[in-house]
Design a protein around this ligand. Sequence first.
Ligand SMILES: Cc1cc2nc3c(=O)[nH]c(=O)nc-3n(C[C@H](O)[C@H](O)[C@H](O)COP(=O)(O)OP(=O)(O)OC[C@H]3O[C@@H](n4cnc5c(N)ncnc54)[C@H](O)[C@@H]3O)c2cc1C
Length: 325
Amino acid sequence: MTELQPLPSVSPARPDWAAHAAALVAGVAAATRVVREEPMAPKTTLRVGGAARLYAEPASLADLQSLLRIARARGLPIFPLGRGSNLVVPDEGVDGLVVGFAHETWSRFEPLPDGRVRVGAGLRLKNLCGLATQAGLAGFEFLEGIPGAVGGALRMNAGAMGSWMFDVVEDVEMISLDGEVRRRAKAELHVDYRHCEELQDAIALAATLRPASRAEAEAIGGKIADYRRKRQESQPREASAGCIFKNPPGTSAGRLIDECGLKGERVGEAEVSRVHANFIVNRGGATGADVLELVRRIRARVQAAKGVDLQPEVLLYGRRWEDVL
Ligand SMILES: Cc1cc2nc3c(=O)[nH]c(=O)nc-3n(C[C@H](O)[C@H](O)[C@H](O)COP(=O)(O)OP(=O)(O)OC[C@H]3O[C@@H](n4cnc5c(N)ncnc54)[C@H](O)[C@@H]3O)c2cc1C
């Protein structure tokens, strides 16, 4: 079952969040933002859930290393955050340090002389597609419309249109929770459907990508427009976290849910999309609890009618699915 575990560390017995925050602030430069009780819903595409007890946006590698070392010494769970497009945040929020990569230092796009490109973990996939198009680099078009950043796409091995992220990755620069930076070649990494083993307990900083070929910007743009149109026709426009469940082997989770008559099923303001049954949409004021209850209901109905145990693809931020389902 897909679940989001805190990156390993010792759980504090009685967390003194104010003291933890003060220690983090003291360990970094002023350009690095460190705050308490940062609302998480606006940082996700589904827009539900509570606040992070501690939230930081490191402005440099040195500050990220500092944050990790201080958090580790204090036994704080650490949660990297990309664009929040694959997350359900519980209403009680996240007990730990959420590390966001919104600072521009993580958003680089750097074509190399040999035709490859270095990209930062915080670079939005949308910008990666746009910049690659301008540079005449083809092969990244399948990422168009996935509303994440490079780091989240590496962790999730995001995929669409018959390709996935690690098809174009050559190596990943990552940082361990002890603050040690290493570059790992793709051959050293264990990747699978929506999964990269080595990023379960490490944070991606950057990656080297290999384009499929060089092409005219117009041709690349045409393919991107085609993919965009396909998405617009098949996916809801309301707030969501993308596909809620993984496709079981040989079948589609959306089809199973649809065949159970669940399109339009609602709990509070959370609704099974009428456009694509594997999406839960937030019709405005949904809570994390609404989403969790709808996930439970869908699983129970599909299990009863089809005998299939659907596994969440989206991650429950700061908690384990098995504890709430
Ligand atoms: C409308 C919509 C359409 C979507 N379509 C697709 C699709 O076609 N294909 C697909 O695969 N997904 C799709 N998704 C899901 C989502 O966009 C992808 O999983 C995306 O890769 C998540 O990236 P993110 O930056 O938002 O990660 P987040 O949601 O912020 O985080 C996801 C996980 O990655 C971890 N993480 C984030 N940054 C890092 C980092 N730097 N290092 C290590 N771990 C990190 C987080 O801790 C979390 O465990 C869709 C979502 C939406 C809302």
